[in-house]
Design a protein around this ligand. Sequence first.
Ligand SMILES: *Cc1c(COP(=O)(O)O)cnc(C)c1O
Length: 351
Amino acid sequence: MSRFFHSRLNGIDPYVPGEQPQTKPYLKLNTNESPFPPSPHAVRAAAAEAARLHLYPDPTCHDLLAAFADALDVGINEVFVSNGSDEVLAFCFQGLCPNGVAFADLTYGFYPVFAELYGVPADRIALREDYSIDIRDYGTDDRTVVIANPNAPTGLALSVGDIKSLLQSNPNRLVIIDEAYVAFGTESAISLLHHYDNLLVIGTLSKSHGFAGARLGYAAAHPDIIADLNRIKFSFNPYNVNRMTLAAGVAALQDHAYFVTCRDRIIAGRIKLLEQLRLRGFFCTDSKANFVFATHPDYSAPAIYTQLRALGVLVRWFDVPRARDYLRITIGTDAEIDSLLVALDRVIKLA
Ligand SMILES: *Cc1c(COP(=O)(O)O)cnc(C)c1O
């Protein structure tokens, strides 16, 4: 730490992304990327835009907002786009948590980092013993609530009915639902948007549309909340979404058939992987995401993680309370799932 670093940030414990090895060719099942590239239309749109990289992108993101409004069935003044959903989450912690924030004790690891970065007092609400969320535990005060639905890394989802109850009993509190994994089989809370002005839904094309490298997140909410997000964006980085991503995003949202094909393959892969892991004695949560969360009674999670790594397969192990016994494994292609299982059988000595 240099002597210039602000003392308020001395205690910050930055987010640690999953390994992104740039040299050895690993089978990467550790960061919930899509195993499929973006739509070919999106690839072509991004390539065409490359020749205009000397010009700033549209700071209003008009065409992309129109495409999201269309895809999400909301008004253009009810959507916002960002440089990955991490950026809009950061804006929320910075500007939309005036009375503090509450989130689960086991959830997306960036929430506590953002709370620390922006000095927002954070209350961690314990998941039930089975890792599910009981919305009654969030009480009725004025702290902003942030819930990942489905949750990460458990993959467990809340019903829209539960989210509705939370909104209904807390009209004066902002409820943020992070739907990074909603495409893989959970009902979106966006259907509640026109009934509750305290709902903010956040999403990303990273996992659902193969856009992790493009960085494209979105938010949907009452126009007043969207205007607040724009206040922050235009005070920070008016050009937050680059030209290639703006163009690729429009094309990807318009290619609905390609999205459906990829999503359905991932859901089928999840069903197969869950079945195969359970056959091998793993306990797995009922994941609705593009990953599974699995533990084995006879083999320690860090030992499996280390041995899989030695065999060229990367999965994610979190050395945090309540997740230490589990591995989070991203759903790959069918062939990747088969390779994972071959490696796993060497590790758990069943082969
Ligand atoms: C991956 C993820 C994000 C961030 O995605 P971006 O790539 O920044 O769009 C946000 N929330 C959760 C729960 C995630 O798993």
